[in-house]
Write a protein that binds this ligand. Structure first.
Ligand SMILES: [Zn+2]
Ligand SMILES: [Zn+2]
Length: 662
């Protein structure tokens, strides 16, 4: 007996193996251990026909994990489509699916599988829904009950009660005996969210995120495979868990870039979730207060349905958004908070309410400069500046994590005390707040101060909720869905920050982020106020924020994308050539461009040095492919790269539908 096995490593081909004497031939989907070259690795019995490898050369499967439920067919086909779409090997995608690498050790397989929680109860009484929510929930329940593919956008302002609405879709899927996946950007996976889930369903969901221990991963992975876990809430990689019977995927904050994986298999979890729904015929729900242009375009083209939640649940009002023109009313020298923002903060603190200052930049200063010789401190491994973190007295590279003590003298000219910080990070803003309002209790909230396990973040959020702080200075970690009743003023220190860099989604992202931050202000009775410090008050991003006119912004942005033949009206892909030898990397990139087959409707730009040319000691070159929507991008790239023979030290990565242009 022989079967074909897809190894969980970077190969596309399923290899043929013999089944040891006395063993029942394993069915497709069964996990096995196989010899591959000198190694023994995990694999999965695949549906490809077995080859007629001569008996003498045929190797046997070394272990069959028959106690673990096989990978279901729907998930096997999904793995193949993801590999196809992202131009990766099937085995590489299978490897992501086996992301609990030690889940399959021999000693453990016979242990009884244990679910992380009891069954969620779909029929527990949930919160009272408003008329709008009820209508939306009804629509979604119907979509789930049909048991066929559909994709629906829940489009509603921050605080409109979108979560309560999609919980009703979750309940419907549970009533039909289906598993449910709720995808969230990792940063939004808060205890508050889990609390709401618990209230509605009477038990905790399964969780999947990067901070899980190996033991937790193993338990969850198995409980998903056995079907014991009915609802999983997780970050993007949860898409690749071995669901026994998945019947609904919800992508909350669907516009968030955290759904795009930027290394290895470069995929967008939202797009792959929709793909899975279409393949396996189940409902997909996308959720956002600031939907991506791609999604809005699909709604307009009637590819997606949409339900709209117009009002803030409970009747709270949207905050007033005003611009502070930094040219007309600049901050004092060496300061970053302009007088109008300072005054508004004073007024807010005087009546016992909270302020949030938002700046999407960790640390104290993004650049450290020597006053004596002009030297700028750069990361030794990346083309990026080292960022000063004053609280830990270190310089940190935000790209590779390299850090070192803050030097006392310039590393180049050795002048003492000559290093000066240029520009603000959240720590520097906090310092300024303490100078202006010495009585105010401040809190800096950024991913590095929040810690890894979420406990510190939870404490910080509790402190804000309990009014143990007056001024919060935060990065985008604070921008998501948190609810602070006393927070009535939001000041955005540098609203223009995201607009520089020339990325095609710069305006869209800035609009989304600022809109989300603005949503933090005044979520209960007190109306909130948002002040945006900008050097570009005429910019349409800023203008549309002040009048809460998303439709106008989206219309103009889509028109510009159409004119420029950019997504969602065209297709993009990037090829990234990288290696530790700069000359070889460049040579490979140029050779690749030379051998690109001509194709109508396709334009190839580059190779050019990547914006971050050196990253973790790898020199990077990029080629950008732009084509018509109908162009068979993946086939073209596969065909092209199949002829490439790069040196072994050079890596060629493919990014279909790129989001990062660094
Ligand atoms: Zn110097
Ligand atoms: Zn670095």
């Amino acid at each position: 007996m022989r079967v074909s096995v897809l190894p969980a490593t970077s190969v596309d081909k399923a290899y043929t193996y013999g089944v040891p004497d006395g063993e029942t031939p394993p069915a497709p989907g069964t996990y096995v251990q196989i010899p591959l070259g000198p190694r023994k690795i995990l694999g999965c019995v695949w549906d490809d026909p077995a080859d007629d490898v001569p008996e003498g050369k045929l190797k046997d499967i070394t272990q069959i994990f028959s106690a673990i439920p096989p990978l279901p067919e729907a998930q096997r086909r999904f793995i193949e489509r993801v590999a196809d779409y992202t131009v990766n090997e099937r085995g590489e995608v299978l490897k992501m699916s086996l992301s609990a690498p030690k889940a399959l050790t021999a000693k453990r397989v016979n242990k009884k599988l244990k679910a992380p929680c009891s069954s969620p109860d779909p029929d527990r009484t949930g919160p009272q829904l408003s008329e709008d929510q009820d209508r939306a929930a009804h629509f979604l329940r119907d979509a789930v009950a049909r048991g066929d593919y559909s994709c629906t956008l829940i489009d509603g302002v921050t605080g409109a009660g979108k979560t309560e609405v999609y919980f009703e879709a979750v309940a419907e899927a549970l009533r039909h005996g289906k598993q449910v996946l709720i995808l969230l950007p990792e940063i939004a996976l808060s205890n508050a969210f889990l609390g709401r889930f618990g209230e509605r369903f009477g038990c905790a969901p399964g969780l999947w995120h990067s901070a899980l221990t190996e033991a937790q991963r193993k338990t969850t992975w198995k409980a998903v495979a056995s079907g014991d876990t009915r609802v999983i809430i997780g970050a993007r990689s949860a898409l690749f868990l071995p669901y026994a019977d998945l019947g609904l995927i919800i992508v909350d904050e669907e516009h968030d870039n955290a759904f795009k994986q930027e290394d290895g298999v470069r995929y967008h979890a939202r797009d792959m979730a929709v793909l899975r729904g279409a393949m396996a015929k189940h409902a997909v729900i996308l959720v956002s207060a600031t939907p991506s242009l791609e999604t809005l375009h699909n709604v307009r083209a009637r590819k997606y349905e949409s339900v709209h939640l117009p009002d803030r649940f409970g009747g709270a009002r949207l905050p007033d958004v005003e611009l502070i023109n930094m040219k007309a009313t600049p901050p004092e020298r060496g300061s970053f908070i302009a007088p109008p923002l300072k005054e508004a903060m004073a007024a807010t603190l005087a009546i016992g309410e909270q302020c949030l200052l938002f700046l999407n930049r960790r640390g104290y200063a993004p650049l450290t400069l020597c006053r004596a010789c002009g030297h700028r401190i750069e990361c030794p491994h990346c083309s990026a500046w080292m960022v000063e973190h004053k609280s830990s007295r270190r310089l940190v590279c935000h790209h590779c994590g390299t850090s070192g003590r803050m030097p006392e003298a310039c590393p180049k000219c050795h002048t003492k005390d000559s290093l000066v910080p240029i520009g603000p990070g959240v720590e520097r803003i906090a310092e300024e707040v303490k100078e202006i309002f010495p009585q105010a209790r401040t809190l800096v909230l950024a991913s590095d101060t929040a810690g890894d396990d979420g406990a510190a973040l939870y404490q910080a959020l509790e402190a804000i909720r309990n009014h143990a702080v007056d001024v919060i200075i935060g990065t985008q970690i604070i921008a998501k869905g948190h609810h602070f009743p006393k927070l009535t003023l939001v000041g955005v220190v540098d609203a223009d920050l995201g607009l520089t860099g020339g990325d095609l989604r710069a305006s869209e992202r800035t609009w989304q982020l600022l809109h989300q931050v603005a949503g933090r202000a005044g979520r209960e009775q007190a109306p909130g106020k948002v002040l945006l410090q900008t050097f570009m008050p005429e910019n349409r991003v800023m203008q549309s924020l002040t009048v809460h006119d998303r439709d106008a912004f989206v219309a103009v942005e889509l028109e510009e994308r159409a004119q420029a033949r950019m997504p969602p009206f065209a297709r993009l892909a990037t090829i990234i050539v990288s290696g530790t030898d700069p000359a070889k990397a460049e040579k490979t990139a140029r050779a690749l461009a030379q051998m690109a087959p001509h194709a109508a409707g396709l334009q190839i730009l580059g190779p050019a040095q990547a914006a971050i040319y050196k990253l973790r000691n790898h020199y990077r070159w990029r080629l950008l492919l732009a084509a018509d929507k109908q162009f068979p991008m993946q086939d073209y790239i596969r065909d092209w790269l199949s002829n490439a023979k790069p040196p072994s030290t050079i890596r060629i990565g493919v990014d279909v539908d790129p989001y990062s242009f660094l």
